[in-house]
Structure formats: structure tokens, C-alpha cells
Design a protein. Structure first.
Length: 294
């Protein structure tokens, strides 16, 4: 894939970015294998928003006043190239790098585990007076990433998979407590479809994410004077979330079903953390109750 705009040439293929231009620019680069300063005389300064894609990657260019953010996406990789239409010293570019990393991590949050930035490149245009500042840079990175994530975010199933929770394991756990009916492929397919449907409900998604985020903060002791290492008995917010998930899917009867799954913890539920296990038990219990409504 190649984009050409006037003197601008960008080639992006299989996660390799080649940037060429006759303008002399100053560059700061950080990547997995090396870190440091170097200068180049061939680099691109794009002038318009552009988007192009190959089979497994996408390149987006977002133009803002004095700054352009280029984002390359492919194979769960998000590379950032920031073009600054201003003459900045290497020390200033280094301070800008810190801002870019902090802003990126704030916007992506837990998605940094999914979108790994292998390369961050900051380029300033030599001999070009401008009006770039930290506020503009933050806004550019924030707006570019938010717009990018609208079309390149991940599903709740991806979120669960990242936590080691697979759809087939949810089905298996649900059927372990199924009594009085024949367990066949038809029943498995029905439960799988209901689980997927349940995970399309924004309220179910929100409750599950609330448990996941809270568990991470509590497990890593990010909150002072709070310790859940032994899953204390006085912690019942996890069960409240689990019951809320079950109730959202199939009403009051699912809450009683939730207690069975919460107590016996079949399959994947037994391997989860003290808050995630309850919302997943609620998801399974609610979905199981729903498929037997007819």
C-alpha cells in the first residue's frame, strides 16, 4: 500500500513503514530494540487526513493544527508517528515523547496489553517556525486515538479472551450443572448463541467490565487499606454484580440459578479471581435460565 501526496510518500506493508520526502527533518525514535536520537533527511510531512489498508494492517493520518498523528494498526500493533510542523530541539522532542506515552496509556488503558506500540516516532520540521505546544500535542494524540478506536476497538469477547476466558469454556461450565436434559450439540449450540446474545447487552458488558477493572485494582493493591488476597467474607460486592448480571439476562429465577454456579464453581469459574468468578457465574446462570424459558 502506498500513499502519495505532492512530495509526500508513505509506504506501509506488513507492519513496515517507509517514509520519504525531500524536506530535512529532525526525528526522535523509540522502539523495542533501541532507544535514542538520530537525524534523517528523508521523512514525510503529510498535509491531509488519509486512510489506507492492506490485508492485515491499516494506516491512518489525522491532521490537526501544526501536528499530524499517523497511526499504523496491524496484528494487535499500534504504532505512532507524530509530525510537528515546528522546529524543536531534541530535548523538546524528548519531553514530547513523555507526553505522547502518558496520553496513549491513559486513552488505551487496559488495551495497552492488546495494542502494543512497538515504535513511537516524533518528527519536527527543521527551519520551520511554528506554534506547537504540549496542550496541542495532547489534544492531537487524544483525538486521533479516540477516533481510531471507534473503528478498531475490541469486543467484550476479546476482553474475556485476553483474561483467559474462552466462549467454549463458558458453555462447558454451564452444562456441568445441567440436570434432567440430554446434553447434545443442539443444546451446546443454543447455550453458545445465548451467551453471545447476553454479551451484546450493554448492561451485562458494563457489569462484567466493572468487576474486571475492580479486581485488577484490588489484586494489585492499588487501593490503600484494601486487601482481597484471601477473598474475605465481608466482600459481597462481587456477588451483587454477579446477581445483577444474572437478573439482567433472565430475571429473578436466574438469581437462584446464580447461587448454584457461585457455590459449586464448575469449570472455568473455579479458576477466576474473586470478582470475575461471580460475574461469569452470573453470565452463565442467566444464559442457562434463558434457554430453558420456552
Amino acid at each position: 500500500m502506498q500513499i502519495v501526496k505532492g512530495e509526500t510518500s508513505i509506504q506501509y506493508n506488513k507492519n513496515k513503514l517507509t517514509i520519504k520526502n525531500s524536506h530535512g527533518l529532525k526525528t526522535l525514535e523509540v522502539c523495542e530494540t533501541k532507544s535514542g536520537f538520530h537525524e534523517t533527511k528523508k521523512i514525510t510531512y503529510p498535509s491531509n487526513d488519509m486512510e489506507a489498508s492492506t490485508d492485515n494492517s491499516k494506516l491512518l493520518l489525522k491532521d490537526f493544527e501544526d501536528i499530524t498523528c499517523s497511526i499504523g494498526i496491524g496484528n494487535s500493533l499500534l504504532d505512532l508517528i507524530i509530525f510537528i510542523d515546528d522546529n524543536k530541539s531534541l530535548e523538546e522532542l524528548l519531553s514530547y515523547l513523555k507526553i505522547v506515552i502518558e496520553t496513549k496509556d491513559k486513552i488505551l488503558g487496559p488495551l495497552t496489553r492488546f495494542y502494543k506500540s512497538k515504535t513511537i516516532l516524533i518528527i519536527s520540521r527543521e527551519g520551520q517556525p511554528g506554534n506547537c505546544n504540549t496542550k496541542k500535542l495532547k489534544n492531537c494524540i487524544k483525538t486521533s486515538l479516540l477516533e481510531t478506536l471507534k473503528d478498531n476497538n475490541i469486543s467484550i469477547l476479546d476482553q474475556l479472551r485476553e483474561k483467559g476466558i474462552l466462549l467454549d469454556e463458558l458453555v462447558e461450565a454451564g452444562l456441568k450443572l445441567c440436570i434432567g436434559v440430554e446434553i447434545d450439540n443442539k443444546l451446546k449450540g443454543k447455550l453458545k448463541r445465548q451467551l453471545i446474545k447476553s454479551l451484546s447487552d450493554i448492561n451485562v458488558i458494563s457489569l462484567i467490565l466493572a468487576a474486571i477493572r475492580a479486581e485488577e485494582d484490588l489484586q494489585y493493591h492499588r487501593i490503600k487499606n484494601v486487601n482481597i488476597d484471601d477473598d474475605p467474607a465481608h466482600l459481597y460486592a462481587d456477588e451483587v454484580l454477579g446477581m445483577a448480571v444474572a437478573n439482567q439476562i433472565a430475571g429473578t429465577k436466574a438469581i437462584f440459578n446464580f447461587k448454584r454456579y457461585d457455590e459449586e464453581k464448575p469449570g472455568i469459574i473455579s479458576r477466576l479471581g474473586p470478582m470475575t468468578d461471580d460475574v461469569i457465574a452470573g453470565l452463565i446462570a442467566g444464559s442457562m435460565s434463558k434457554i430453558f424459558e420456552e
